[in-house]
Design a protein around this ligand. Structure first.
Ligand code: GAP
Length: 446
């Protein structure tokens, strides 16, 4: 498959222009690997998270949702193995002292390109190990300050609450705990826009099972396919997603087996969207040891006590946003003019329906358009009213933000209470009655 080198630049430019995503603290020069979401990006991200929450948590009888704190004491990360093993190798450029990932040839080549003038003098330090956890201190005085970490994965917030969930909800194995929230990593080389950030969001399921090989294999297969189906539900083409097993030397310290769901990005080829990990009893066993709390499970039926195994699905919210935008970004021609549009599935589009009066300076049209907008918004909250510029420009604007349908109120509306509905992908317009329009869109969204 061919890569489209400048597609990422086009996407970055579009999402800034249209209020989806901005460089974090941009007016102060920004911070590498940190981004802020504007109004439309926030809606898009919300829709993706909602879809995760519905499918992995709310619609299931065997999964609980939770929301743990971002700040956790150092001891948690010692127990989870992250203070010791959550590292990347880095090398330092001897010319400018910038540090880059030693295991990423593209990062090294990219940096060497910035020193074209010093050709021949390029030299790198020995590779060193660098811990990715983001450390902080809590408390007013230097002496009594508590060392804490901003969580490097949201997972540990679930494991440290395992006993609380057992004691309060009394679940029976197998059962899961799902969560969505921010994670922080001091990435050496943040790159490719939202792909590798220092602050990002994860959506995860920890699914606890009986500790035996057959159950482990079956559940691992089940969740691999469940997660892959979930990604297809975001609108990816069949050929743009795949499952890939990690080689032994690629696996994180906690994983007995690991597979990635990868997306074929137009800018960098196959890249990880989600990790499916067989974590075995690694986390609960270590937290039992380090905290002194008994994190075992008692099986009423078999009268056995054991530490369950954990099968994990761990997806990046921001990577899902980036990959969905990459898949949806389309350039074509309509009515002899070049256009850009986002071919987003209606369920994740930040605006579902835009309503326009044909002309801004005709009070009757504006009044009627506001009325239609008000009625629809009660049923479909993600709506937009637009009367800026001519109708062609408004369609282009809505195409660029991926709005599936535009409703126009024109002079005929005032006579027969009909409007036009324009379809984003085909540009085709259909006349419909205002009466029943809310039901029509609700049906289309279903
Ligand atoms: N709890 C397991 C875990 O955190 P991971 O493979 O390190 O596993 C899971 O991360 C997902 O989080 C990745 O598949 C990716 O989507 C997202 N992710 C990881 N690091 C990221 C980063 N620096 N920027 C954006 N997303 C990231």
């Amino acid at each position: 498959m061919a890569k489209e080198e400048n597609k990422l630049e086009k996407i970055v430019s579009l999402v800034k222009r249209r209020g989806f995503i901005f460089q974090g603290s941009e007016i102060y020069g920004g911070l590498a690997g940190i981004y802020d979401y504007g109004p439309l990006g926030t809606e898009l991200r919300h829709n993706i998270k909602q879809y995760f929450w519905d499918k992995f948590i709310a619609e299931r009888e065997d999964v609980y949702g939770m929301s743990a704190a971002i700040l956790m004491p150092k001891r948690v990360w010692e127990a989870s193995g992250h203070t010791e093993l959550f590292t990347d190798p880095l090398v330092e450029c001897k010319i400018c002292h910038e540090r880059v990932r030693a295991d990423q040839p593209e990062a090294i080549a990219g940096h060497e390109n910035t020193h074209k003038k010093e050709k021949g003098k390029m030299a790198w330090s020995e590779s060193k190990v660098f811990n990715l956890l983001v450390e902080t201190k809590l408390g007013a005085s230097e002496k009594s300050a508590t060392e804490a970490y901003l969580r490097g994965e949201i997972t540990q917030g679930v494991h440290v609450n395992f006993k609380n969930i057992l004691d309060s909800m009394h679940p029976k194995l197998p059962f899961g705990i799902g969560q969505i929230g921010k994670a922080f990593r001091n990435e050496i080389t943040p790159r490719d826009f939202l792909f590798r950030q220092r602050e990002f969001e994860q959506m995860e399921l920890q699914y606890y099972i009986k500790p035996d090989e057959k159950t482990g294999k079956e559940q691992f297969e089940y969740w691999k396919n469940f997660a892959l189906d979930w990604y297809y539900g975001l609108g990816f083409k069949k050929e743009n997603l795949r499952l890939r097993q990690h080689a032994e030397n690629e696996r994180a310290h906690y994983a007995k087996d690991a597979w990635d769901i990868e997306y074929y990005t137009p800018f960098a080829g196959w890249k990880e969207a989600c990790g499916i990990h067989h974590r075995g009893d690694w986390d609960l066993k270590r937290h039992s040891e380090y905290s002194g709390e008994d994190l075992s499970y008692y099986d009423d039926e078999t009268k056995e006590r054991f530490i369950p195994w954990d099968i994990e699905c761990s997806g990046g919210v921001d990577r899902a946003v980036l990959f969905v935008l990459s898949e949806a970004f389309t350039e074509d021609e309509m009515n002899g003019e070049a256009r850009i549009y986002l071919r987003l599935l209606p369920k994740i589009a930040p605006v579902k329906v835009a309503v326009f009066p044909l002309l801004k300076n005709k009070p009757d049209l504006v009044f009627k358009a506001k009325e239609v907008y008000g009625v629809l918004k009660k049923k479909i909250p993600q709506m937009m009213f637009d009367d800026n510029g001519n109708i062609g420009k408004r369609y282009r604007r809505q195409d660029e933000i991926g709005t599936p349908w535009c409703v126009t109120i024109d002079f005929q509306t005032l006579e027969d209470s009909t409007i036009t509905v324009r379809d984003r992908d085909s540009g085709k317009q259909e006349r419909k009655n205002i009466d029943g329009l809310d039901k029509y869109f609700e049906e289309m969204l279903r």
